[in-house]
Ligand binder design. Structure first.
Ligand code: ASP
Length: 326
């Protein structure tokens, strides 16, 4: 199977094919290595998402570009029904409807995003199609769904039985508050560096559980949930999107790195920008993950419990992040 066919099949539902790391390395055997093996390649992702990050790492090793690796990596979590914060199986809004948000940004500074999309699982891949096949950057709601169907995506019911049960339970009290680190995974923000040293990223989420209908968080907003500048580095965010948007978190981190801060210092400063606006100790989480063009990585969060996954030199590790509150 050639590479183009592999990628298109994977987006259109044959996800198990896509997500098996062995499949990716298998494919690489048929492929002439197009890049030198000397450039350090790596993949980083928010939270403990070892399989998704491993898929991206293996895709990079096989010579796929950073954007292809990132979109294929996050696709694993988009179709993981046990992950209730991303893709199919994601928690619905207050009306019981699952709507997804995602964006991608590549090394040329090109980007694409989809907002509040219903019935489509692989929204990061869809955001990449918006970037590549339309004159726009963002498609929202019905238009994004129609575009997906035109591109051959199969509409699916994203609300699982388990998701429906949890929603019905929530309806009893309708208690709406952002919860801190409920699970050890959440929105996935992933940044990949390929064999050419190019950076790209993807960010995908079902947003806050039981959000208002139409609510969109930071994740699909370029500069908030994700930002890449191939001359400087990249950053991704997770947590309470409203607070990330107010400080344009990922763009801020990249600009701080441009002015000389390390990825770690830049993440800490971006968290501080949120905290300095709070009158009392915040009861929400925001976490940032960033990298610069030297391959250095930084992470920082408001509350404890945030971690990230780091693939490099064929090793995939989950690493705990430092936080303001211990
Ligand atoms: N940042 C996401 C949002 O606000 C949610 C999350 O990361 O948990 O939609």
């Amino acid at each position: 199977m050639n590479r183009r066919k592999f990628l298109s099949r994977s987006y259109l539902g044959a996800t198990s094919l896509l997500i098996a790391p062995e499949t990716i390395s298998g494919l690489s055997k048929n492929k002439k290595p197009s890049y030198s093996n000397e450039t350090p390649l790596y993949a980083i992702s928010t939270w403990d998402v070892s399989k998704a990050n491993m898929i991206a790492g293996k895709a990079l090793e096989a010579g796929f570009s950073a954007i292809e690796a990132a979109v294929n990596g996050v696709a694993y979590e988009e179709s993981n029904l046990l992950n209730t914060t991303v893709g199919k199986g994601g928690a619905p809004d207050r009306d019981g409807i699952v709507s997804l948000d995602a964006c991608v940004m590549n090394h040329t500074g090109n980007c694409g995003a989809v907002l509040a999309v219903e019935n489509i699982t692989h929204v990061a891949a869809l955001a990449k199609e918006v970037m590549e096949k339309t004159p726009h950057v963002i498609l929202a709601g019905k238009g994004a769904r129609q575009f997906a169907i035109k591109q051959g995506y199969k509409p699916e019911n994203l609300l699982t039985e388990q998701g429906k049960k949890a929603w019905k339970k929530w309806l009893k009290n309708k208690n709406y508050k952002p919860e801190i680190n409920v699970e050890n995974h959440d929105t996935i923000g992933m940044i990949c560096c390929d064999k050419l040293g190019n950076l790209s990223g993807a960010c995908t989420t079902s947003g806050l559980a039981y959000k208002m209908s139409g609510r969109v968080g930071d994740s699909p907003i370029i500069g908030s949930g994700l930002y890449i500048d191939n001359k400087v580095g990249g950053a991704v965010a997770t947590g309470l999107g409203e607070e990330v948007i107010k400080t344009v978190g990922s763009f801020l981190i990249v600009e701080l790195m441009r002015s000389g801060l390390s990825p770690q210092e830049a993440c800490e400063e971006a968290v501080n920008r949120i905290l300095e606006k709070q009158k009392v100790k915040p009861n929400f989480q925001v976490a940032y993950l960033s990298t610069n063009i030297n391959g250095e990585v930084g992470a920082y969060s408001i509350q404890k419990g945030f971690s990230y996954t780091f693939y490099k030199n064929k090793i995939n590790k989950n690493i705990s992040s430092d936080s303001v509150y211990k």
